[in-house]
Ligand binder design. Structure first.
Ligand SMILES: NC(=O)C1=CN([C@@H]2O[C@H](COP(=O)(O)OP(=O)(O)OC[C@H]3O[C@@H](n4cnc5c(N)ncnc54)[C@H](OP(=O)(O)O)[C@@H]3O)[C@@H](O)[C@H]2O)C=CC1
Ligand SMILES: O=C([O-])CC(=O)C(=O)O
Length: 421
């Protein structure tokens, strides 16, 4: 157990005769109350570690080793999962899924490393209290802080969710710049302190280009370890196909989503299957695929906001869980999953140097392969090209954040996130 310091707090939960007992060291109580003064405790720091930087990090440790041993569980090394935007609504679903074992499985103890800001650190403390009160046996430790250098230390996974939403009057180029700076800083921090095999999943929008920025700022980490979330789009597409065909969604497979997580995305009905049959044979209605299915999936985020008054939180969290599970479990034979990945050397002729969503498989070791040989007909090809061009324009707008010179931002016609209308 870590020694208590004025700025850290450890807790131990012992189990005797089947009853959990919280052993709270006396030193823990006062510092915890003191920590409610954010200006003192969670002072902003730069992107390099300082001698007293640990003082900015709050640490809760739950040592359940006695309990685990008495239950005959093996002492598995906990998985360290860093989450940014930890006070946001997606995280408010995801953190509980992570702590409960729904993502990494029922035998994987977990350490949560939560990144917030001065704006959100109180809220993150609140979330951590709820996590404590949920009594998750797999949850071993919660770290919270506002400096990515501290929070990302030794992370095995980094789920980068936090990003500024576009506000009224803000151009997409501004959004790319503001969020790009955040992801550049976080990429540098991961490069410096995360596990050398950290898997980085970028969710915060515009997620494809943010993933590119994070990766380019982390030259010591394998580019293949970076991906961006398009699994929500895949799930949305799968649901629409199942409903139209009148089958349970588990009969719908090989659903690729190509391109950008934006309204130019291409949910692929050409290669999708329903049972063992091409979806286009089961649903013999090309006009529906082109004029209804495709825009419905691409603007589903906006429809949710229109009805619900806020953007997709629970379904996004579920799709992040699906994304992670797809990398740590073997892909079922004949199926694929979609995520945005580096295009370097891809078999579909997409320009190198982008993050573009494609069909992938995994053997379950955290790595992936792009599935070759998907049919790309003329219609699919022209839609895929449009999304590629959008990503090239986005990249030009963030050239200054990825060490490129000479490019200029030429986004004139505003491209849209799925949640915008
Ligand atoms: N790829 C995908 O499929 C999807 C992506 N998204 C994207 O995920 C991101 C998070 O969504 P959600 O959790 O709903 O958002 P919330 O608004 O609930 O939370 C966003 C978090 O981002 C952080 N943030 C970082 N920088 C800023 C800033 N400059 N201004 C305000 N907040 C900031 C805030 O945390 P803090 O103060 O701690 O920094 C905040 O808690 C968004 O970018 C959204 O567009 C959403 C749905 C699907
Ligand atoms: O546009 C947004 O912020 C929400 C989003 O990505 C989605 O719902 O797919």
């Amino acid at each position: 157990m870590a020694p208590a310091t004025p700025f850290s707090c450890s807790k131990q939960i012992a189990v005797a005769g089947g009853h959990a007992r919280l052993v709270r060291p006396p030193a823990c109580v006062l510092p915890r109350l003191r920590q409610r003064r954010p200006t003192r405790i969670f002072a902003a720091s730069g992107n390099t570690a300082t001698a007293d930087s640990k003082a900015n990090l709050r640490n809760l440790t739950y040592d359940l080793s006695e309990a685990s041993a008495s239950n005959g569980e093996s002492q598995t090394k906990p998985i360290k999962v860093a989450v940014s935007g930890a006070a946001g609504q997606i995280s408010n679903h995801l953190l509980f899924m992570l702590a409960s074992g729904q993502v990494f499985g029922p035998n994987a103890p977990i350490i949560l490393q939560l990144l917030g800001s001065e704006r959100s650190i109180n809220a993150i403390e609140g979330v951590s209290m709820e996590l404590e009160d949920s009594l998750y046996p797999l949850l071993r430790e919660i770290k919270m802080g506002i400096d990515p250098i501290e929070v990302f230390e030794d992370a095995d996974w980094a789920l980068l969710i936090g990003a500024k939403p576009r506000s009224k009057g803000m151009e997409r180029a501004d959004l790319l710049d503001v969020n790009g700076r955040v992801f550049a800083e976080q990429g540098r921090a991961l490069n410096e302190v995360a596990s050398r095999d950290v898997k980085v999943v970028v969710v915060g929008n515009p997620c494809n280009t943010n993933a590119l920025i994070a990766m380019e700022n982390a030259p010591d980490l394998p580019p293949k370890n970076f991906s961006a979330l398009t699994r929500l789009d895949q799930n949305r597409a799968r649901f629409q196909l199942a409903v139209k065909a009148g089958v349970p969604f588990d009969k719908v497979s090989r659903v690729a989503v190509w391109g950008n997580h934006s309204t130019t995305q291409v949910p692929d009905w050409v290669n999708a299957r329903i049972g063992d049959t091409p979806a286009s044979k089961v649903i013999d209605d090309e006009a529906w695929f082109k004029e209804d299915f495709t825009p419905k999936v691409a603007t589903r985020g906006a429809s949710v906001i229109q009805k619900w008054g806020r953007s997709s939180g629970a379904s996004t969290a579920g799709s992040i869980a699906d994304h992670v599970r797809s990398l740590i479990q073997p892909t079922p034979e004949g199926d694929c999953f979609s995520m945005a990945i580096s295009t370097d050397g891809n078999p579909y002729g997409i320009a190198d140097g982008l993050f573009y969503s494609m069909p992938c498989t995994s053997t379950g070791n955290g790595d992936y392969d792009i599935v070759p040989g998907f049919e790309v007909d003329e219609w699919l090809s022209s839609k895929m090209k449009a999304s590629e061009e959008e990503l090239i324009r986005e990249k030009e707008c963030v050239a200054h954040l990825i060490g490129l010179e000479g490019a200029a931002c030429a986004i004139t016609e505003d491209t849209m996130l799925p949640g915008e209308n």
